[in-house]
Design a protein around this ligand. Structure first.
Ligand SMILES: [Zn+2]
Length: 374
């Protein structure tokens, strides 16, 4: 054995010994921490004992209350809703809690029930909070609104939302959606007037409600009131994702009213205002019918300089009928097929069809056509 091997063995021995002693030190430290009790006490292994030990005192000291609230939130966040509920219920059992703290705990308990999907119980707690005028009653009403949304109980959602409205005007557009949901659920000719009333109410809450205008337009179109339908549809001309939905309806109204000429101006205005594939296609079609292919090509060439888009290029391909552009046209069609048309501005959820309420984050009217999807 030469010297360098000996040295190597020595170094190895020291390393192993150091590891061994450090490990024992760490174990002893851990035992000390456990004996001292506190929040570290078996939280992972026996959490229920931990909670019971922690909650056995009927402490109303603000620090302790905050710790309990923080623990409850932590458990709920980790999906251990049972334990969160247990903490909050035991806190409420403590008769000596100050009123504002009791109201904080009630809100947390309601959130536990919501997280567990126990909607009846959540509703019970939240309604109680609203009734007694809790300092969280505004939040409670918001929670109730989303609870009723989940249950698709639009009458209750509307009723609670109307109570919240004087204190929080930002809910007005949501209330308009509730009215639209109710109007949408009514069918048949006997329901025409109740539906009209609901849509009027929606527009009172939110005069810019695209959905109310769309439903109103479709209702009047089906009832044969073309002028009234057209007025409603034209209110949608400022939102391209909505205008695209009613181009056929507008055409039907104009045909019935013998005002076909107005379509061209409408399309021209809309296409210069905000690029939209559907509007552009129709406009090119009309240009071709009126001034022939050359005029259509000329317009499209200018248009593409201002609003370059694959869809526009593909329209050009159809007009010019060149082979190379035709490949582009096929590619664009395939791309359009694969690309979701709508995207939520809040959470990024992508969808092929327009949802009024985002299926991802449950926000209302946030699904839009991304600027690239023209
Ligand atoms: Zn969303």
């Amino acid at each position: 054995m030469n010297t360098s091997t000996l040295w190597l063995l020595l170094v190895l021995f020291v390393a192993i010994a150091a590891g061994f002693f450090l490990g024992r030190l760490e174990n002893r430290r851990r035992r000390r921490v456990r004996r001292k009790g506190g929040l570290n006490y078996g939280l992972s292994s026996q959490p229920d004992h931990a909670i019971d030990a922690l909650m056995s005192n009927r402490d109303t000291d603000p620090d302790t209350v905050d710790t309990h609230l923080a623990m409850g939130r932590l458990f709920r966040k980790r999906g251990e809703v049972d334990r969160a509920t247990r903490i909050h219920q035991r806190m409420l059992d403590n008769g000596a809690l100050p009123e504002n703290v009791r109201e904080d705990v009630e809100l947390e308990l309601a959130r536990d029930f919501l997280a567990a999907g126990l909607l009846d119980r959540a509703e019970h707690v939240l309604l109680h909070m609203v009734d007694v005028g809790s300092h969280h009653s505004q939040l409670a009403m918001r929670h109730l609104m989303s609870l009723y949304e989940q249950e698709r109980d639009w009458h209750s959602a509307l009723a609670i939302g109307e109570r919240l409205l004087p204190r929080d005007s930002t809910v007005a557009p949501i209330l308009a959606h509730y009215c639209c949901e109710l109007a949408d659920s009514l069918r048949g000719n006997d329901e025409l007037n109740p539906r009209r009333r609901l849509l009027r109410r929606a527009l009172t809450f939110d005069p810019g409600s695209a959905r109310a205008s769309l439903l109103k337009g479709r209702l009047e179109l089906a009832a044969g009131n073309h002028a009234s339908a057209l007025r409603a549809f034209l209110r949608l001309r400022n939102g391209r994702e909505y205008l695209e939905l009613v181009l056929d309806d507008i055409q039907a109204c104009l045909d019935a009213l013998d005002r076909q000429d107005e379509m061209f101006d409408l399309l021209l205005d809309a296409s210069l205002d905000q690029p939209s594939g559907a509007v552009l296609s129709r406009l090119i079609q009309q240009l071709k019918e009126r001034g022939g292919q050359q005029e259509a090509s000329q317009f499209l060439g200018q248009y593409l300089k201002r609003y370059p888009s694959l869809h526009g290029l593909s329209e050009m391909a159809a007009l010019e009928q060149t082979d190379s552009l035709d490949i582009l046209r096929t590619l664009n069609a395939r791309l359009a097929n694969d690309t979701p048309r709508y995207q939520c501005t809040q959470c990024g959820y992508k969808a092929r069809k327009l949802h009024w309420q985002c299926p991802g984050c449950k926000s209302w009217s946030t699904l839009r056509t991304p600027p690239t999807a023209t």
